[in-house]
Write a protein that binds this ligand. Structure first.
Ligand code: EPU
Length: 452
């Protein structure tokens, strides 16, 4: 049993190898809770408050466990709230942590980098272990460190991690990000709210998860305004209090289940999904041949009456098509009648997962430097790649190894749509971002066994 009270059995949480028998439509309801990419950041924000914070709809996933544990080694008391799925985070006894305790978290997640600003405000110093997260590219942290230096932090990169200090406190800064990075925007927000003076952030990320974090910080007493064209102003304040906040739903999980319905020709009601934050995805889903009904409680996704159609998609920062959505979509595009092109423009190595789909019978060619096309909307990026998917190709079972979180999810739904049996190894990674994943699959009628 975890802090949040998951009903998924320990054996299932630790499950790493699945034998999946494909060919059955996934049908039923899944409940989607708070977004991994908001809840973990809101937990870090609790360090900035003078009083306890309450976060609601926290997903029971490994990334939340990592952040909880890192907060605890820094003296924050984290306990289950009265409402199921809520956490109370009390920073009253926050303190410096020792090296060993922090280092135990090395390589487990990327969130620790966001502890920099709050710890510098609280303690005047911070130590950040080596970062983890999915291996989908270099994932540098230069934007984060450059921004922290502009706030007045002294950054000392050491072999085991990064040591930061701010003997004279932090002051507001004018920062322009080279790219609207989600993490670097969060870094600036979490640091600027208590820095002396005003911070102007240009070329900021404006994902709904960022807006929700701004909402959290405003509840805490921060003064943050934003203008068109990705400009955010933050007026530093001396003191912040705790918040009470219900996390935005997990858009990535909602999209994943939508694609699962499309791929397996099933019908899934995603409770908690909302239209507004999914507008871009819903347009693509419809163009591919998906059908959906929207209610106040959620969205039902299914395949339409006609065969699936090919599309051209370019991943981009919000309000574009998110990089975390292309993997399950590509599985569906293997069944579309014609040639689809998916450009990955956010990360330099996020199409590697397609090799295993080819092993299962797909016809996907990856162009490492993308493809020039006059119809492109997103400006070409040096690191982009493109996948050309020729369909429809029947998929058959195979032995495949999960490469990362979203790629791993894509493999599972490919195996569920394939003829025959697949052995999918490394599914533990999926627990980093999908709550009660195996329970949800079972509830939707998936035919699989945990074999390792
Ligand atoms: N970048 C730099 N330098 C930096 C920071 C980023 O060059 O200092 C580059 C990255 O290499 C990448 C681009 O900027 O090419 C965008 O990266 P960003 O900082 O926006 O990504 P992130 O904050 O590390 C978050 C999510 C990812 C999601 C991206 C894009 C979290 C914990 N992770 O990553 O989610 O794909 O934003 O929306 O919020 C996932 O959930 O599976 C996942 C990988």
């Amino acid at each position: 049993m975890t802090l949040l009270g998951s009903t998924e059995t320990r054996q299932r949480v630790d499950a790493d190898i699945l034998e999946i028998r494909g060919g059955r439509p996934l049908t039923g309801q899944v409940d989607v809770r708070g977004a991994k990419n908001l809840a973990t950041k809101a937990m870090v924000a609790s360090l900035l408050g003078e009083t306890p914070s309450i976060l609601r709809d926290v997903p029971d996933i490994r990334d939340v466990e990592v952040v909880r544990s890192l907060l605890e080694v820094h003296g924050v008391t984290v306990s289950a709230g009265e409402e199921p799925g809520s956490l109370v985070l009390d920073p009253a006894r926050a303190k410096s942590a020792n090296f060993e305790e922090i280092d135990a978290h090395a390589g487990s997640s990327r969130i620790p980098i966001l502890f920099c600003g709050p710890l510098l405000h609280l303690l005047g110093q911070a130590f950040i272990p080596d970062l983890g997260g999915c291996r989908i590219g270099d994932r540098p942290i230069d934007f984060h460190l450059d921004a922290l230096r502009k706030f007045g932090a002294i950054v000392d990169k050491q072999p085991s991690g990064i040591r930061l200090s701010a003997p004279d406190g932090l002051h507001g800064a004018r920062i322009e990000l080279p790219y609207p990075s989600v993490g670097a925007t969060e870094q600036v927000l979490l640091t600027a709210v208590k820095a002396r003076g005003v911070t102007e952030l240009r070329n900021a990320a404006i994902e709904p998860e960022i807006m929700d974090l701004i909402g959290v910080l405003q509840k805490m007493g921060a003064i943050i305004s934003y203008e068109p064209n990705r400009v955010i102003f933050i007026e530093g304040v001396e003191e912040l209090r705790g918040y009470d906040h219900r996390s935005l739903f997990d858009r990535n999980e909602a999209v994943s289940w939508a694609c699962a319905a499309l791929v397996t020709d099933g019908e899934i009601f995603v409770k908690g999904a909302r239209q507004y934050e999914l507008l871009t995805f819903l347009n693509v889903f419809r163009k591919v041949g998906g059908d959906f009904d929207i209610t106040d409680d959620g969205i039902t996704f299914r395949r339409g009456k006609s065969p699936l159609k090919p599309v051209m998609v370019e991943t981009d920062v919000h309000p574009g098509f998110m990089t975390d959505w292309q993997q399950p979509l590509i599985v569906a595009l293997t069944q579309a009648e014609g040639t689809s092109v998916v450009h990955e423009t956010v990360y330099e190595n996020r199409l590697g997962f397609t090799h295993a789909l080819n092993q299962m019978g797909a016809d996907i060619v990856v162009h490492p430097n993308g493809i020039a096309d006059p119809n492109r909307r997103v400006p070409r990026r040096a690191l982009e790649q493109a996948a050309v998917i020729n369909g429809p190709t029947p998929l058959h079972g195979a032995d495949i190894v999960v490469p990362d979180l979203r790629g791993g999810y894509a493999y599972v739904i490919a195996a569920l749509a394939a003829e025959g049996t697949s052995r999918v190894s490394g599914v533990k990674i999926i627990a980093r971002g999908y709550e009660k994943f195996l329970d949800k699959l079972s509830a939707l009628g998936a035919d699989f066994d945990v074999v390792g």
